[in-house]
Design a protein around this ligand. Structure first.
Ligand code: GLY
Length: 336
């Protein structure tokens, strides 16, 4: 699903990491978004797809206006956290106690800056708090009450935890308590983690991922999303990845960093994503999905699960799909 790049004609001095003195950057800004790997019920798939396409458009407009990849991915994920169709922010799945505990990460490929939060329950947009952790602290991840204290010190408003719980997430929680539910099934079903990767006009890459985690998870369970290298990774020298799927499996293979390792070995965004996902499936039996970019604007949306809702925007075109092999398109100028 990657594009053959077209020469944009921008010439840039090579960094110390490049062998030639000057190189031509054949690159178009791009944002790629996912709405979780798993199975999306038919009655919810249309809302998920339109939410993803509209978030991808918003991210693309930022990039087209010269905005940074970090601004684009945070805005995309903020919009998806506010959309109750997804397992992030409002609409997050509930833990065993029936409460929301959310995780989020951002990473900036320029200097490997990263910020994350875990176990937050009363912040509407954990992705913005993760960005503040990156920008305003010397740490990479803050958790639970410490994350809340930091949010207060930054003037981030707290919201009642109940305002993040939807009728649908309450219904699913009740249903999964009634049956002896398989936790992996719980995670892979119905709604998903959200995430985005982007490349801006300067060739900077970034990622952002946000989730309510796994339905019926134990209190205090930390998943892959806030763990650097698992829920996401961004490095201007290689590319950026945002992941979704069974968190414990993703953490065991550090999926995002594994994919970038394959890219460092010369694999394309598509092949590297497939290799990482195949390794996770064969080694620990985990299913999931990823969105991946390299600094030249090649991109991929790949998954080993039944479905993954995704959208990408580049060259004034929005691409989107849900099942393997799908790649529908619409113009950025088409009405939503
Ligand atoms: N991939 C999201 C989670 O397992 O928490």
């Amino acid at each position: 699903m990657s594009f053959t790049s077209v020469r944009a004609g921008r010439i840039e001095a090579a960094s110390k990491y490049c062998s030639s003195v000057f190189r031509v950057i054949d690159m178009f800004p791009v944002v790629v978004v996912h709405g979780g790997a798993g199975h999306i019920p038919k009655e919810r798939s249309e809302k998920s797809m339109s939410g993803l396409c509209s978030a991808a458009r918003a991210g693309y407009v930022i990039l087209r206006g010269g905005g940074s990849s970090m601004d684009a991915v945070v805005e995309v994920v903020r919009q998806l956290e506010n959309n109750p169709s997804f397992n992030a922010g409002c609409g997050s799945v509930l833990n065993a106690k029936g409460e929301v505990e959310m995780d989020a990460i951002v990473m900036d490929g320029k200097a490997l800056g990263s910020g994350a939060v875990s176990g937050v329950c009363n912040i509407a947009n954990p992705i913005q708090l993760a960005r503040l952790v990156m920008n305003k602290t010397s740490h990479v991840c803050l958790t639970s009450e410490g994350a809340n204290q930091f949010a207060r010190s930054m003037g981030v408003p707290e919201v009642p935890p109940e305002s993040l719980i939807t009728e649908y997430s309450r219904m699913r929680w009740t249903k999964n308590l009634a049956v002896d539910a398989d936790p992996v099934e719980c995670q892979m079903g119905k709604m998903g983690t959200v995430g985005a990767v982007a490349v801006d006009s300067e060739g900077n890459v970034a990622c952002a991922t946000s989730t309510g985690g796994m339905l019926n998870k134990m209190e205090g369970r930390v998943g892959d999303t806030p763990c650097i290298g698992s829920g996401g990774y961004a490095d201007n020298l290689v590319g950026a990845v945002s992941t979704t799927g069974h968190g414990e499996a993703i953490m065991k293979v550090t999926l995002a960093r594994l994919i970038l390792f394959h890219m460092e070995q010369g694999q394309s965004v598509e092949a590297a994503s497939d290799l990482g996902l195949a390794y996770m499936k064969s080694r620990v039996g985990g299913l999931g999905g990823v969105v991946t970019v390299d600094p030249r604007g090649h991109w991929a949306a790949r998954f080993s699960s039944h479905q993954m809702a995704w959208a990408a925007a580049q060259k004034d075109t929005v691409h989107y799909g849900l099942y393997s092999g799908e790649n529908f398109t619409q113009s950025i100028d088409d009405p939503l």
